[in-house]
Write a protein that binds this ligand. Structure first.
Ligand SMILES: C[S@@+](CC[C@H](N)C(=O)[O-])C[C@H]1O[C@@H](n2cnc3c(N)ncnc32)[C@H](O)[C@@H]1O
Length: 319
């Protein structure tokens, strides 16, 4: 089914940006009504027409995003560069904040842990033991010198850990791994953070500094083709844990099913943090329907759901 591009931008404005980014809401709504811009966007293959990709590309190229008229004429005049950036780049938002929702599960497993993140982007979620945590604004815990403190609101019987898990090995897989030492890659990640979300931009920069200090093994490849190989490389004595957030949505149904089968056969724990309808075995076991008034992910350990989580790690509602 082809998606109407004007509807795509209209829906983005009203359902995604509204309440989170007034600037993006205004720009996306203006694009939805602009025949010329829509015609340019429709020169791109359908998966490349996403509003997030266009808006990030314009910011990456230092285009204007304050005023819809200026935005329009700049995008039309710079379309060669804008379109090329949209073709070359992907929406690879890497949100270290998600570690706050993964941490209670990671800490509940027998360590030491070997972490493998599939769909890792730049790998910023692979450092859960290098960040500080402040659940419900209680005093924070974690390494005293960490530049990153992750706040998270909780409800329900969250098994808050007393100590951080010991991580002895970390590796990631991505179709297009981003390099924390590459200035352009990092500027792209910053461009993906919505303009008003300054806390997220600060967190991103600080998490990148953590990752730069301790580079990890990031493999380029499809998760279905590479996960088995990485699990086989886990050092003896460590507990392998494969995890992912905001990734399986990008896969067609058959590829999600293949991944599920692979994970069931691997000697590894499996932590998934995805939209509630993405993994049928998790969806079927949810103890209550997902809230309709806000976006959430379903967090599960070995296909058993344990919580709804805020998509950026901002909340953790334990079952
Ligand atoms: C929205 S980002 C999420 C990044 C990270 N998991 C996080 O939570 O911050 C999704 C990532 O999944 C990657 N991805 C999508 N499909 C993939 C596949 N089949 N194999 C490996 N990586 C994939 C994308 O390249 C992108 O970097």
């Amino acid at each position: 089914m082809t998606v109407d591009t004007a509807d795509l931008y209209r829906n983005f404005a009203t359902r995604e940006a509204r309440g989170h980014s007034a600037r993006y809401e205004e720009l996306a709504a203006a694009v939805a009504e602009d025949e010329k811009l829509l015609a340019l966007i429709e020169r791109l293959p359908e998966p490349k027409r996403q509003p997030n990709l266009l808006l990030a590309a314009v910011r990456f190229l230092d285009g204007p995003t304050e005023d819809p008229e200026e935005f329009r004429s700049w995008v039309i005049g710079s379309w060669d560069r804008v379109g090329a950036t949209m073709l070359r780049r992907r929406t690879q938002t890497n949100e270290a904040g998600r570690c706050a929702t993964l941490l209670p599960l990671l800490a509940s497993l027998r360590g030491p842990l070997a972490l493998i993140e599939v769909g890792a982007s730049a790998g910023l979620c692979l450092y859960p033991d290098r960040y500080r945590y402040a659940y419900d604004d209680r005093s924070s815990f974690g390494p005293a010198d960490s530049p990153v403190t992750l706040g998270c609101r909780t409800s329900g019987p969250v098994p808050l850990p007393e100590r951080l898990p010991e991580v002895v090995w970390r590796a990631g897989i991505d179709l297009n791994p981003l390099d924390v030492r590459d200035a352009d890659d990092m500027r792209w990640l910053e461009s993906l953070v919505w303009p008003e979300q300054r806390d997220r931009a600060d967190r991103l920069r600080n998490a990148v500094s953590v990752a730069r200090a301790e580079p990890l093994h990031l493999v380029r490849g499809d998760l279905n083709e590479t996960v088995r190989e990485l699990v086989a490389q886990v050092p003896q004595g460590a507990t392998p844990v494969v995890f992912h957030s905001a990734v399986l949505f990008y896969l067609p149904t058959e590829a999600r099913e293949a991944f599920t089968e692979t994970m069931r056969g691997l000697p590894a724990h499996w932590i998934s943090n995805e939209a509630p309808a993405i993994l049928p075995s998790v969806t079927a076991r949810l103890p209550r329907p997902a809230p309709q008034d806000r976006a959430v992910f379903a967090l599960a350990l070995d296909e058993q759901p344990v919580a709804f989580t805020g998509p950026h790690g901002q909340s953790l509602d334990w079952f």
